[in-house]
Design a protein around this ligand. Structure first.
Ligand SMILES: [Zn+2]
Length: 280
């Protein structure tokens, strides 16, 4: 079986992480997306910097459809999402690494679906929103680098770009949230619609509002301090490199059949080949 490139959604990719990089403009039905192609751990990879080169695009203005479709156009079938996030659950501390198994969508004004402007719609199954095969690999590989890997968690995705209020964090605790961040949804949904595998590796870099005196960017005990000075970022990059090497290109999960059973209407041109073409 030929190995499809692995995809990575992140905010920055160091030279250590992504070698032999080239910038690619990928046309999509929603405009061009920019991706970096190269090698992660010796394997072909395509990386999308969600906030743009230089962090110019906030979470609520990301062109999520173009980013996800660009990865698929580049041949990617498995997507790792790197999410530096905050803790909602007091037992999850800065320095931990969470591999989520579920999510709560608390966004407000984002595009919900790849098929939003089409004469069709889908309702994909979200019983297992993150790919179980990829989650198992991420948990196993990250555990080689850290004793603080948490193999389950409910990822709350908020609209941003601001952080949450203490009242919002208390509400999210009551709702069963464990960690909180601003991208992820709708990436995880659109990945399922594009029949891609998707899983998130989330280093915890702060407590949510009200769980600590303040959410601080720089200085002792800050998010920057925990992530970079404390070495968490390096652990996560090593975990991603090892996971890319360890991921089997043979998919044993159901992510590649996301559209089956939930597709209504006329298929758009751009969808081209998908699981709907396969016999039942
Ligand atoms: Zn999968």
């Amino acid at each position: 079986m030929s190995e499809a490139p692995v995809g990575l959604l992140t905010s920055a990719a160091s030279e250590k992480l992504l070698a032999d990089r080239r910038v690619q403009n990928v046309p999509t039905p929603w405009g061009d997306a920019q991706a970096l192609t190269g090698r992660i751990g010796g394997r072909e990879a395509a990386v999308v910097l969600r906030y743009g080169e230089g962090l110019t695009i906030p979470s609520h203005r990301i062109n999520y459809r173009a980013n996800i479709w660009a990865l698929r156009e580049l041949g990617v079938r498995q997507v790792i999402s790197q999410n530096a996030i905050g803790s909602v659950n007091p037992s999850i501390r800065p320095g931990d690494i969470v591999i989520s198994h579920d999510f709560l969508d608390r966004t407000k004004s984002r595009t919900l679906s790849l098929f939003e402007d089409e004469d069709c719609w889908v309702r994909v199954d979200m019983t297992e929103p993150f790919c179980p095969q990829m989650r198992a690999t991420l948990i196993a590989e990250a555990s080689k680098h850290s004793e603080r890997v948490i193999g389950r968690g409910v990822f709350v995705c908020t609209e941003g770009p601001r952080f949450e209020t203490p009242a919002e964090i208390r509400a999210l605790q009551l709702e069963g949230g464990d960690i909180v961040g601003t991208p992820l949804v709708p990436e995880v949904v659109m990945a399922r619609e594009a029949e891609l595998c998707f899983a998130s590796i989330a280093p915890v870099i702060n407590y949510g509002a009200g769980m600590a005196p303040a959410v601080v960017h720089f200085g002792p005990g800050s998010m920057n301090d925990v992530y970079y000075t404390g070495g968490l970022h390096d652990l996560v990059e090593k975990s991603i490199i090892d996971s890319v090497q360890a991921l089997s290109a043979e998919r044993t999960c159901h992510c590649g059949h996301g559209l089956k059973g939930g597709f209504h209407g006329k298929r758009p041109e751009w969808l081209r080949r998908c699981s709907l073409d396969e016999p039942e």
